[in-house]
Design a protein around this ligand. Structure first.
Ligand code: RBZ
Ligand code: NIO
Length: 349
């Protein structure tokens, strides 16, 4: 049996019940801390303790290039993917700043960019290929590439666990990946491209229409393959999308909470949930971004994200921004006084 079909860890329902009971005793009107209460209770069930916490966030940015860029679907040149790898490790990218602020580990995994000889200190280069093939003409990747990319995600989770990581954040970098993610989302949701496609890095209206047309053509080309989430990922996805899906599946198997970032990561999360529905239990959702399809995906996953800031960056940035909020949710849950402790009168019967 392939590793991603192995069972996922169950949540700790006892810890959840104890955490829920504690929430009702804290000195505030019941429910008044909204989603922060739910997040603390969810984390309690994931961590198997009544008072959860996040001490060591692990951030892995997965990068890959996309053959579909030759169709003219991104506002930026393809060389940006490889160039940003250097920026991640030298500390100048948005996610670098956020990781520094959080004291989080930042791992950068290059699955395969157009510069096949690229070697940067501090980057893990896997060289699965010079990016994916153009999925408007042919399947994006081979079965072997798909398997290696899924494994790369699982390997990152293994490193997170080995070094005491208690929250997994996946990020992505790959010029053209909103096109791949949108195509995969169309396949998974059974919805036409025009309903979820967006500007990505900044296409104008005509560019968005062209991007939707490229996706519609690809959906017709691969129509026979798209009922199976793994086949959809192979035909339409990207190396970094597959690594993210593999990472979310591995998080569920190892019992590590995963905080999902933006549109692209949410497509990978939906793909992972279609591969193994029980992996949904281990996912937390950081934000709803500006890409129009993000909201549809979150609804399909029954997700209530913590933030809505109009973000459209990726890299794991939205998830990193939500970490302090999750940490505060845990501290409120763990440190607030109960009505009895503070001698505060409870709700009238
Ligand atoms: C400098 C720069 C840094 C980025 N960091 C993340 N992305 C984001 O934009 C890309 C997807 O958008 P599209 O599909 O329109 O190409 C991805 O690389 C994503 O992570 C960036 C994009 C740029 C230009
Ligand atoms: O929401 C995202 O993940 C996103 C949106 C636009 C460009 N890059 C990433």
């Amino acid at each position: 049996m392939t590793w991603w079909r192995q069972p996922v860890q169950p949540l700790d329902e006892n810890a959840r019940a104890v955490a829920q009971a504690r929430q009702r005793q804290l000195t505030k009107p019941a429910g008044s801390l909204g989603r922060l209460e739910k997040a603390a209770v969810e984390l309690a069930a994931m961590q198997g303790r009544a008072r959860p916490g996040i001490a060591h966030p692990w951030i892995a940015v997965f990068a890959g290039d996309h053959g579909v860029v030759e169709e003219g679907v991104s506002a930026y040149p393809q060389a940006v993917t490889g160039q940003m790898l250097g920026n991640f490790v030298s500390g100048g990218a948005a996610i670098s700043v956020l990781a520094r602020h959080l004291g989080a580990t930042l791992e950068v995994v290059d699955l395969g960019t157009i510069d096949a000889s690229l070697e940067l200190p501090g980057v893990r280069h896997l060289h699965l290929g010079p990016g994916t093939a153009n999925f408007a003409r042919t399947p994006a990747m081979s079965a072997a590439q798909l398997e290696a990319a899924l494994q790369a995600g699982a390997d990152s989770v293994a490193r997170a666990v080995a070094t005491g990581g208690d929250l997994f954040i996946g990020g992505e970098m790959g010029i053209g990946n909103t096109t791949a993610a949108s195509a995969l989302a169309c396949a998974l949701l059974g919805c036409p491209a025009r309903e979820l496609v967006g500007p990505g890095t900044g296409l104008d209206d005509a560019g968005v229409l062209h991007k939707a047309a490229v996706i519609e053509r690809a959906l017709l080309l691969h129509a026979g393959q798209l009922d199976d989430p793994l086949a959809g990922l192979r035909c339409l996805g990207g190396f970094e999308l597959a690594a993210l899906a593999g990472a979310y599946l591995a998080c569920a198997q190892r019992g590590v909470p995963a905080l999902v970032d933006g549109f692209i990561c949410t497509v990978a999360a939906l793909c992972a949930v279609r591969i193994e529905p029980a992996c949904r239990d281990w996912l937390l959702f950081a934000h709803c971004g500006a890409e129009p399809g993000h909201r549809l995906l979150l609804a399909a996953l029954r997700a209530e994200p913590l933030l809505e800031l109009g973000l459209r960056l990726g890299e794991g940035s939205g998830a990193a921004l939500a970490v302090p909020l999750l940490q505060l949710a845990c501290r409120l849950h763990g440190e607030m006084a109960t009505f009895a402790e503070a001698a505060v009168a409870e709700r009238q019967p």
